[in-house]
Design a protein around this ligand. Structure first.
Ligand code: NAP
Length: 642
């Protein structure tokens, strides 16, 4: 079973408990045990963790505090076992508040209690599930929702629609669900945000094999969710949406698809949701002669597994998050590897990045009810703000070329020390890998030492000269030198700011979405666009996060909002809703101001966060809580309802 959520009775002997406790995550174990035993004396003031984003893994508990916490936990676990693993009655909201306060202190305020409980999955397990059914609101009017894409967001939208009884169809260009986790099969692909938090709040797993799971594990999770929630039967596979246009008279979207064998079909839906993501269409670099290359050439998201790299001369263009994951694997296989780096990354050291969840912790997750939930909540909370304060611009700072503020400078210092330490034996490499831009202007890549180890191999060369052209035999750099290659791999990223391409979408009065955007995509809350009634975008403009949180959380907020929009249409008998232009414009002014207060907004370094004009089209500049607040429900006065 993919969604393993059930715990087993605790039956181990005292030694088994003690052994497991060696691997325990203590800040989340004590609240879990207090809840399950009803013994709130476990929440001792002197064992409160520090839940700030920069705290250590054990919430900065000292070795002595950890010994104390383990001893308390040991006794509680033995008592729990001896009571035949009978959990205490479910805690009241007041009691839950106490448990939360132990973990995160005064941050437990009334206004965010619902958010905390939603993420924790208490009290009812799926607090974000829509509380309405179509037949109760409007049983008669034919109403179908079309979803484009069955990745993480599309599956989620399907799950919520299913819960309301609103008919829906999902168009999927691939033969399988999973989106990015289906397509990106490159060696080393894994999630780079903590996995227990990178999962749906209502479909938590207690047995994730890794802290940061590999691509097959994640794909299996999302595929399993689609299966378990009955979404697969709504998916039309191998069916790509090529065109969608709005018929104002009939308040209907006409969606044209190209199905298996190229067959075109037209479908009519009342609401259309794009769930195609931001990182779906590979960016092929515009380097002269690229087409002339004689050997295999492929992009990281279209990995050609039929190409045997063993002993070959391999060239990799790009060193972003994807390349940082596959380069260590390619380096082991290739005869020679030449890496063409344009801009180096900052790397954040996470020593357990590739590690499996240790046996003791797995055992505890499987035997202590709600422990995995509390652990997930710890990760959610400690990454919620993440490094956001360290990415903020200090107003009045004149030189922002290397750091945008005091806190950002401290981050720079910390990340520089990691590089200096990692490359202290290779000054030739060190000078190439220290970024000359403020941290958080681009994605900070996670590392456990595998990146420096790969660069230092004898068969690897890191080049920083610009590529002038590609020839049939290899790549020529600006200095005129030719670098022979048998295979070229493009780690060159995605056409992120060209949202929804190559689809053509026409709204009211035949207005073309791409012409309206003119290379500068904008939406209200990332979802709603003037002139495009009943059309919503998930993971749309300005909903990407750089240094905090998980994108699954964003999708959950967005889908909650879209479901409320559908409820508004059905309940109030409206045919269509279109966001008001003034509301949309004012919102985007706020977003732009926010982004100009962040490292990625003021830095001039290349990044996929900006469009060609240099405006940040991808990122959300504020906290996770602010996104949740604005997406909880639709304000009908933001829309023209007809
Ligand atoms: P990316 O971050 O956009 O990196 C593209 C790389 O290609 C950059 O190094 C870029 O250099 C280089 N490049 C592009 N065009 C070039 C050209 N013409 N000549 C030379 N170099 C060129 O793309 P990505 O690595 O695929 O990552 C995209 C995003 O996907 C990440 O930021 C992350 O959000 C997500 N991702 C996540 C994971 C994960 O969760 N584990 C893994 C992979 C990706 P410049 O920097 O100079 O532009």
């Amino acid at each position: 079973m993919v969604l393993h959520r059930e715990v087993e009775p605790l039956t181990g002997d005292d030694q088994a408990i003690e052994r497991a406790l060696e691997d325990a995550h203590l800040p989340s174990l004590l609240p879990a045990l207090a809840q399950v035993t009803g013994d709130f004396s476990l929440l001792r003031d002197d064992l409160r963790p520090n839940a700030s984003s920069l705290a250590g893994e054990q919430g900065d508990l000292s070795p002595e505090q950890q010994v104390e916490a383990r001893a308390l936990a040991r006794d509680a676990l033995i008592r729990f076992r001896d009571s035949d693993s009978t959990p205490a009655p479910a805690p009241s909201i007041e009691r839950l508040r106490e448990l939360l306060r132990f973990m995160i202190g005064d941050a437990v305020r009334d206004e965010y209690l619902p958010l905390l409980l939603e993420e924790l999955g208490f009290p009812e397990g799926d607090a974000r599930a829509p509380q309405w059914r179509k037949e109760e609101l409007d049983g008669q009017t034919p109403f179908t929702v079309g979803i484009i894409g069955s990745g993480m967001s599309g599956i989620l939208a399907g799950i919520r629609l299913k819960q309301t009884g609103v008919p829906f169809v999902i168009f999927e260009k691939n033969e399988e669900v999973g989106g990015t986790w289906w397509e990106n099969t490159y060696p080393g692909a894994r999630v780079d945000s903590p996995n227990h938090a990178y999962s749906y709040s209502f479909a938590q797993r207690i047995d994730w094999p890794y802290y940061y799971s590999t691509r097959p594990v994640l794909h299996e999770y999302f595929r399993g969710c689609a299966e378990e929630y009955g979404i697969r039967e709504h998916v039309q596979f191998n069916t790509e949406v090529t065109f969608a246009d709005w018929d104002d008279e009939r308040a209907t979207w006409r969606v044209t698809t190209r199905g298996p064998g190229g067959a075109e079909q037209t479908h009519e839906v009342q609401v259309l949701i794009s769930a195609v993501g931001q990182l779906n269409r590979p960016k092929i670099p515009d380097i002269p002669g690229l087409d002339s290359f004689d050997g295999p050439l492929f992009h990281s998201a279209q990995w050609d597994h039929s190409v045997d790299l063993a002993g070959k001369r391999v060239a990799v263009i790009g060193t972003g998050a994807s390349a940082s994951q596959f380069i260590p694997h390619v380096a082991e296989e290739a005869g020679e590897l030449t890496i063409f780096q344009r801009t180096p990354n900052w790397y954040l050291p996470i020593p357990h990045y590739h590690d499996p969840v240790p046996d003791g912790l797995q055992w505890l997750f499987q035997h202590v009810p709600h422990y995995a939930q509390w652990y997930r909540f710890w990760l959610f909370w400690t990454t919620a703000e993440g490094l956001l304060p360290m990415a903020k611009v200090d107003e009045g700072r004149s030189d922002r070329s290397l750091a945008v503020g005091e806190a950002n400078q401290q981050l720079r210092q910390m990340l520089t020390e990691y590089l200096e330490e990692s490359f202290k034996d290779r000054p030739d490499l060190l000078e190439k890998v220290i970024p000359q831009y403020p941290p958080a202007s681009k994605r900070i890549v996670i590392d456990n030492g595998s990146w420096p180890a790969a660069l230092k191999r004898d068969n690897v060369r890191l080049l920083t000269d610009e590529i002038r052209e590609v020839t049939p035999r290899g790549l020529v750099t600006e200095d005129g030198e030719e670098h022979p290659a048998d295979v070229i791999i493009l780690g060159t990223g995605f056409q992120a700011s060209r949202f929804l391409t190559p689809m053509q979408v026409k709204g009211r009065d035949g207005i073309d979405l791409h012409e309206q955007w003119c290379g500068d995509p904008r939406a209200y809350m990332g979802m709603a666009i003037p002139n495009f009634p009943n059309f919503f975008v998930l993971y749309g403009p300005n909903t990407n996060i750089v240094v905090n949180g998980s994108i699954v959380y964003f999708s959950e907020c967005e889908v909650q909002y879209v479901m409320d929009a559908i409820r508004t249409l059905l309940e109030e008998g409206h045919r269509s809703m279109e966001v008001r232009k003034d509301v949309h414009d004012a919102y985007n002014v706020r977003i732009d101001e926010g982004n100009l207060g962040m490292a990625w907004g003021v830095s001039t370094v290349n990044s996929w966060y900006k469009n060609e004009q240099g405006r940040v089209t991808q990122n959300w500049p504020f906290t996770l809580r602010e996104f949740w607040e604005q997406t909880r429900e639709v304000d009908p006065s933001d829309y023209v309802l007809t």
